[in-house]
Unconditional design. Structure first.
Length: 155
């Protein structure tokens, strides 16, 4: 068990970043869950007073740097998703794991919509599968991620 929450969040974000930037070849790349965003959402739901919009922005800009994308693309999307989560944080803490999975579906879909909309500024092609597939796989993985992180961190 890890007692220090900041150490645990740093390790989990590093793991999420590694999972997010690991290359995947073929059609399964469309179905890659948004690992880093899911870890950010977990920490925002767990402690919204300690992890806020700046935390989400920093995670997003780190992903922008490591992924080699347009700087600020993920940072803006993560910040917007964090803003929505913080607005609803009092209600969301009482959600069950299945309801949280539906929330993850919505938040990841919103994140995909924002990042693809920003990408349309410099690239004129997009695919609807790029928005829906990561949201579905992230929602299915959310219960596993949430339960495992809850076991890793003392309450």
């Amino acid at each position: 068990m890890i007692n220090n929450g900041y150490l645990c969040s740093s390790i989990s974000l590093f793991v999420g970043l590694l999972l997010q930037i690991t290359p995947i070849i073929g059609p399964s790349a469309y179905w890659r869950p948004q690992f880093l965003l899911m870890f950010v959402i977990y920490w925002l739901l767990r402690s919204p007073s300690h992890y806020g919009i700046g935390f989400a922005w920093l995670s997003g800009i780190t992903l922008d740097i490591f992924a080699g994308e347009m700087l600020g693309r993920y940072a803006i999307a993560f910040s917007f998703c964090a803003y929505i989560l913080i607005l609803l944080s009092k209600r969301l803490q009482h959600f069950g794991i299945i309801h949280q999975a539906f929330l993850i579906l919505f938040i990841v879909f919103l994140n995909q919509l924002l990042t693809i909309s920003i990408s349309l500024l410099y690239r004129a092609s997009w695919d609807i599968t790029l928005m829906i597939a990561p949201a579905i796989t992230s929602a299915f993985l959310w219960p596993i991620l949430s339960i495992s992180l809850n076991k890793m961190v003392k309450k």
